[in-house]
Design a binder for this molecule. Sequence first.
Ligand code: UT7
Length: 325
Amino acid sequence: MAAILGFGGYVPERVMTNDDWSALVDTDDEWITVRTGIKRRRFAADDEATVDLAANAATKALDDAGLSAADIDEIVVATDTPEAYTPDTASFLQHRLGAREVPAYDLGGSGCAGFVQALDVARARMLLEPKRILVVGVELISRLMDWTDRSFCVLFGDAAGAVVLGPDTGKAELLDVVAGTDGSQTDILTLKTGGTRHPFNEESLKSGAYHHLDMDGRRVFREAVHRMSSAVGEVLERTGRTMDDVALVIPHQANKRIIDAVGHKLDITEDRVYINVHEYGNTGSATVPFALWEAREKGRIAAGDFVVLTAFGAGFHWAAAAVQF
Ligand code: UT7
């Protein structure tokens, strides 16, 4: 059995509103609100980096589980905005938390689907060998994005979320996870520069290509709705449940319109869909674990609730998880 023993979430203090953005780029509150539902987001302080956000969320998850870092047998971090190019953020986090010399690794590059994919990997690892695994989704996008490109900069925020999985009886059981990838769609959401095909050079530095995301927003939108809702259907089928059993769906928080469209496709009322994108924007692989933590904190999840997590990300990846509280 894979139980969730503890939940944690962290956002930095600095608030960046839509009006703050309109003072910097040619945008306004109305455009951002109508197209995305986002009103504000949090940005890390200058002296914060990815591992600081991750450690804050991880510490809360450990406290919630009544465990210390010494009790952790493995660490997985999902991020596309790592502490350093190499080594991975999980190494920094292992040291920061004072964990034992356990396996620690990142799942990077899968965009916003990273955390739910990491749950899939961690759950499988746990079933092979009972152990306690810290799973973190963290993103510090504000540090790496192009602050002059209005098409992207207004969408994102910084955050971290974490869970501790374990074989013991916990607060919830991670019943199943499904995941998939359509690699024919790498072009619809990609940051090419910095890889071996398009290495960093003087030209990419001058042109700003090193932090330029290529995104076909409309195709991403369509794929996101299709894949997140079908992944929910798949995980329900595998767990022998129906939408009537679902107390709450926690979708990746990229855009309120995408979330609404997923809710519509799943034919559920808005009170059974968790939404916080207006407060924090799109925080990549952190949205799902952060929302899961926040939903519990706000009393939106009660004992006995059946909750479904669903996410999509660059790749194109998708994943969904079934959680029984
Ligand atoms: O993890 C990342 C996942 N990415 C996503 O989830 C993105 C999914 N897609 C979307 O959410 C939507 O496609 C967006 C919110 C990104 C864009 O909405 P849209 O309705 O597809 O707008 P658009 O890209 O077609 O742009 C419409 C207009 C354009 O102007 P013209 O060409 O019609 O004159 C843009 O230049 O809006 C303009 N525009 C803006 N205007 C004011 C683009 N960004 C902004 C902005 N403020 N920030």
